[in-house]
Design a binder for this molecule. Structure first.
Ligand SMILES: [Zn+2]
Length: 217
């Protein structure tokens, strides 16, 4: 589960290079997601694994809510980057769990929606709609890529593991891992998203990719 602690946001100048990097990582993420959606829609076993991953790492219906858990789109994006997944969190989350990101592990990316802007725009559009106006502006995705998520399999015990007793060799040791049978790696109980909802999400990924392609031409 992702850490729920909110840090105060720092404002920083957004340069063109930063924008380009973000566009590139978003494009890469959308391509990864698209391929994963195709796999899930063509292979029932892959779709079932997706539902199990969602149940284990935690998911929520409303992506904009502050509830714990990942949006289904983010579950798909995480699963597209690494499988299997059983328990995800950020660097600090794992420290709080008595574990640390293992040496050489690269973080997984998730989409972060730019909530406030979206809400303001939505409110304005709703008001215009009431007056009989319709928006002609194509809806562009209002999100950015955020790195920093790790699966439990990418972490090692920082202190003696309460499940299996594995302990690091020293304070700098970030390679001593629990055995694969350690309970820390076991899928966690949770409810699976309805199958129809999972299918709908995967189909939406194909549609989004088409829209993005058209908009970029
Ligand atoms: Zn262990």
């Amino acid at each position: 589960m992702a850490s729920a602690t909110k840090k105060p946001r720092k404002r920083r100048r957004v340069t063109q290079a930063m924008k380009d990097r973000d566009t590139a990582s978003r494009t890469a993420a959308n391509e990864t997601l698209h391929a994963y959606a195709v796999a899930c829609l063509s292979d029932p076993a892959e779709l079932e694994q997706f539902r199990s991953i969602a149940a284990s790492i935690g998911w929520k219906y409303d992506p904009a809510s502050d509830d714990p858990g990942y949006s289904l789109q983010n579950v798909a994006l995480l699963a597209a980057q690494r499988r299997p997944l059983t328990h995800c969190g950020g660097f600090d989350y794992w420290l709080a769990q008595g574990r640390i990101v293992a040496e050489g592990e690269r973080s997984l990316g998730t989409f972060r929606h730019i909530g406030r802007k979206k809400n303001e725009e939505q409110a304005k559009e709703e008001e215009l709609a009431k007056e009989g106006w319709q928006s002609t502006k194509p809806r562009r995705p209002r999100y950015y890529m955020k790195k920093g998520t790790f699966d439990v399999s990418q972490t090692v015990p920082r202190e003696r593991c309460p499940h299996c007793g594995t302990a690091p060799a020293g304070p700098e040791d970030r390679t001593t891992q629990c055995p694969p049978t350690c309970a820390v790696f076991a899928p966690r109980p949770g409810s699976k998203p309805p199958r129809a909802l999972a299918v709908e999400l995967m189909q939406a990924q194909l549609q989004d990719a088409e829209d993005e392609g058209e908009a970029d031409q």
